[in-house]
Design a protein around this ligand. Sequence first.
Ligand code: HEM
Length: 416
Amino acid sequence: STNQIPRDEGLDLSLSLLSEGYQFIPNRVRRFNSDIFQTRLMGQKVICISGKEAGEVFYDPERFQRKGAAPNRIRESLFGEAGVQGLDGSAHQHRKDLFMSLMTPQSLSVLNDLTIEQWEMAIDKWEKMDKVILFEEAELIMCQVACHFAGVPLWAKELTRRTKDFSAMIDAFGAAGPRHWQGRLARNRSERWIEYVITKFRTGKMSADENTALYKIAWHEDLNGKLLSVKTAAVELLNILRPIVAIGRYITFGALALHQHPETHGKLQPDADNYVQMFVQEVRRFYPFGPFLGARVRRNFTWKEHNFKKGTLVLLDIYGTNHSPKLWENPDSFWPERFHDWKGSPFDFIPQGGGDYHKGHRCAGEWITIEAMKTSLEYLTKHMEYEVPEQNLSYSMVRMPSIPKSRFVIKNVRRK
Ligand code: HEM
C-alpha cells in the first residue's frame, strides 16, 4: 500500500514561493512534519523533498532526469540553452568529463595564483579609495580571475560591463520583471561576446593554452565526434566564467560572517586545525544562495511508500537540508567547528548540489569555490585592515539570490 503525500492545497503556490523565498520548502516541511509534500507551482503539480535521504533519491539517475526540468525563465537568464545542466545519461557524462578535466590540482593551483594576484592589486587600489563596496569589488576580482583562468581575453575598458553582465545573470534566477529582463539582456550580450571569442579562436586568429577552458571547450567533440556549435560552446564557456564571478557573493557573506562573529577572527589568524576550511564550509552551509534544485521523474517509482509518477517535477530543498535540525546541531547558529565532526556525506551538505561530480550533476566548481574563498579570507584577515562603518547589513530570505542590503561597505583599507 502507498501513502498519500501531504498536500498544500490551493490553486497555485507560485506567489507563496515569491513571498517566502528560501523558506518556502522548509516552512512546509515543518508544518506537515514531513520530508515530502505536494503542491502546485507554475501551473503544474510539484513534489518537494528535503533532507539527506531525499538527496540520495534525487541523485539517482535511474529515477530522475534533467531534461525538461529547468523553467524557461532560468534558461533565458542563468543557464542558457543546451548546456550541461539539462543533459542526461551518456551525453551528460561525456559533457561533464569536459568540465571535470578543468578541475585538476594543476588548474586549481593556477586559479589560486590568479586569485592572489588580483587580491594584491585590489588592496593597492582600495587603499586609495574613500569607500569600498566589497560585493562589487569581489565580483570584479573574480571576473578577472575567471577570464584569465579560462583563457578569455578581457580588456581593461570592458571589465565593468562584463562583470555587471555576469552579475546580472546570477542575480536574475529568482526574479520576475525587470531583474529577469536585466538577466536576459546580460545573457544575450555575453553569449555574443563569447561566440565571437570562440570563432576567433577556432579560426586561428587567437590562441590559448591547451589547459584552458577556452581551448578545451572550443575543441571538445560530442559523442558523434562533432564539435559543439559555436552557440553551445559559448553557453558552456559561460558555465565556467559566470559561476566563478558568483564566488563574489560567498566572499561577501564570508566578510559578513567575520564581522558578525569577531571571535572567528582570532581563530583564522593562526589558522590552527585548518580553521579556514571549516569557516568556508560554514559560510556555504549557513548563508542562502541556491534555494532548491529541480528534476523530472524518469519512470514511475515508489519512495518511502509514496508514488512518483513519470514526468512529475520534483524539487530538492537545498537551503532546508543545509539547515535541517535532523542533520545539524543548532542549524541556525554560525559555528565553523561543527565541521570537525562532519562525516563528509555527499547528501547532507549540499550548497552546490550533492552526489557524485562525475556521474551526476553536482557542481563542477565546488573545489574552485572553496579554494577561492580560502584565499580571499586569508586576504581579508591576514593581509589587510579595514573598518566596517554603520550600514544595513541585513539580507533578505525572500529575495533569491540574497545579498546584504548595503553590499558590505568597508573603509580605511590598509595593507598589513
Ligand atoms: C552546478 C551551485 C560555483 C560550475 C551547480 C549546481 C549548484 C551549484 C546548486 C546544481 C547541482 C545540480 O544540478 O545537481 C554553485 C554555487 C557556487 C558555484 C553556490 C558558488 C559560487 C561554481 C563554479 C563553477 C561551477 C566556480 C565552475 C568554475 C558548475 C557547473 C554545473 C554546476 C558546470 C553543472 C553541473 C552539471 O549539470 O553536471 N552549481 N556553484 N559552479 N556548477 Fe556550480
